[in-house]
Design a protein around this ligand. Structure first.
Ligand code: ADP
Length: 434
């Protein structure tokens, strides 16, 4: 490749040579014209190529422009390669950028990026939902103008970001608890990470309530038991009085035993997240057992009607099913006054689902209680529950057993008339006979 200077010198020589040849034949004027003409050729060639280059640059088609021949070929070629490389780099950076954005959007946590003025530089869709923001509208707005909670404004102002901040009643329905923490990065910028801790907070509150309830349930019989023990220690009681006191102590101990047993049953059910096994349970045998237990508990005070409307076996865990069905029957007996009638029925409905229902003509339950009956320790009639040895855990146990069998617990009740508790099992758990 010739250098630019050599090319230039070569061109001048060529022009001089042309002028010299013409000079000897046609005079000075013609010689100048001949020399100038030789010099004009590359100028015209360069002008044409520059015009082409301009056209390709303006239409952003440098990458695809055809290469000229000669001196401009290399210029075009290098320019084309430079543009291609630059565009490729931009594409790679853009892809990386959108992958980062996609990853931040996929995060289950809210992410807010603040600049050194606490203005929003970027935020993901979750934080838009948490705080009612709209990134397109709110970009570069100061975050404390948009999230107006005093505790948040104070948190930003204090700049002590070692501890997270809990914001309650947030979100579109004002029902979310959010844990927020700021992390400094870059040049006085901050990353706000926001986690939805609503379920954790609820679980924590439930755990606290549960511990308080268990302590309360245990304290009463223990206090009564200790009272009896002290009385027996300090008073000189005759045989029949002693017997009476022992009976009462026994009933308190029995109450604690039932509570501990129910708590253990619940704990086992909660620990077992797998669906119940598919063992075939013979409904007639189960109904006979239930009837026996019901008659023993009622001691002739109720009229019973246990019947099986359809044949068909239930597939499940026999011990659990007996406990769930037994709980419903024992509730009907315990909450219904004497002479009430109680019926228990097993049938397979038109959709092939299995239904076990217990109907009583007892006091019924007001509708506002129905949705809460399966909560642990929830009682409508506290004193009746205690008098009859209830722990407040029976229906919570039934509900867990139902869940393990993919069954529904349906409660229908009319105050003053009675209640029907139904366990409905999916058809996959019913083994049709005949
Ligand atoms: P408990 O051990 O107190 O019976 P459960 O969880 O079995 O606890 O029942 C919760 C509450 O539901 C009971 O305290 C009672 O008020 C109400 N209940 C349950 N079954 C019946 C029923 N058949 N009739 C009226 N009330 C009922």
């Amino acid at each position: 490749m010739l250098s630019a200077l050599t090319r230039f010198a070569f061109l001048i020589c060529l022009a001089l040579l042309a002028a010299y040849i013409v000079l000897s034949n046609w005079g000075v004027d013609s010689a100048i014209i001949a020399g100038m003409s030789v010099l004009a050729v590359p100028l015209i060639y360069s002008y044409i190529n520059l015009a082409r280059l301009r056209r390709y640059v303006l239409s952003d088609a440098v990458e695809t422009m055809p290469l000229p021949s000669g001196f401009w070929e290399e210029v075009f070629f290098r320019l084309q390669r430079l543009v291609r490389n630059l565009k490729q780099e931009i594409r790679t950076v853009e892809q990386q950028h959108s992958r980062f954005i996609e990853a931040f959007q996929a995060s289950p946590n809210g992410i807010l990026m603040l600049d050194d003025q606490d203005q929003i530089e970027w935020c993901n869709a979750i934080s838009e939902r948490f705080f009612g923001l709209n990134f397109k509208r709110d970009a570069l707005q100061r975050v404390n103008f948009l999230i107006r909670r005093p505790e948040f404004i104070q948190y930003l102002h204090k700049r002590q970001f070692e501890e997270p901040l809990l914001l309650e009643r947030m979100g579109p329905g004002a029902n979310l608890s959010l844990m927020l923490q700021a992390f400094p990065y870059g040049d006085k910028r901050h990353l706000l990470l926001i986690q939805d801790v609503t379920d954790l907070q609820k679980a924590d509150a439930m755990r606290r309530d549960f511990v308080a309830n268990v302590s309360h349930e245990m304290r009463t019989p223990i206090t009564v038991l200790m009272g009896f023990l002290e009385t027996m220690q300090s008073l000189d009681l005759d045989k029949s009085q002693q017997h009476q006191y022992f009976e009462m102590m026994m009933s308190q101990a029995q109450r604690m035993k039932s509570l501990v047993e129910d708590l253990l049953t619940l704990a086992n059910l909660e620990a077992n997240t797998l669906p119940a096994p598919m063992q075939a349970i013979k409904i007639p045998t189960l109904m006979a057992l239930l009837k026996n237990d019901a008659e023993a508990l009622s001691q002739g005070r109720h009229a019973f009607n246990f019947d099986i409307s359809s044949s068909g076996e239930l597939m499940g865990e026999e011990r659990e099913i007996l406990s769930a069905f037994g709980n419903l029957v024992s509730n009907a007996i315990r909450y219904s006054p004497d002479v009430a009638s109680i019926s228990a029925n097993w049938r397979v409905n038109a959709d092939g689902e299995g239904e076990f229902s217990v109907t009583d003509t007892g006091p019924g339950i007001a509708s506002e209680h129905l949705s809460r009956l399966t909560e642990r320790f929830y009682r409508v009639d506290r004193s009746r529950s205690r008098e009859t040895g209830g722990t407040g855990l029976g229906l919570a146990i039934v509900k867990h057993i139902a869940n393990r069998h993919q069954a529904q617990l349906i409660i229908e009740s009319t105050p003053g008339k009675g209640s029907t508790f139904t366990l409905r099992f999916p058809k996959e758990r019913i083994l049709q006979q005949g």
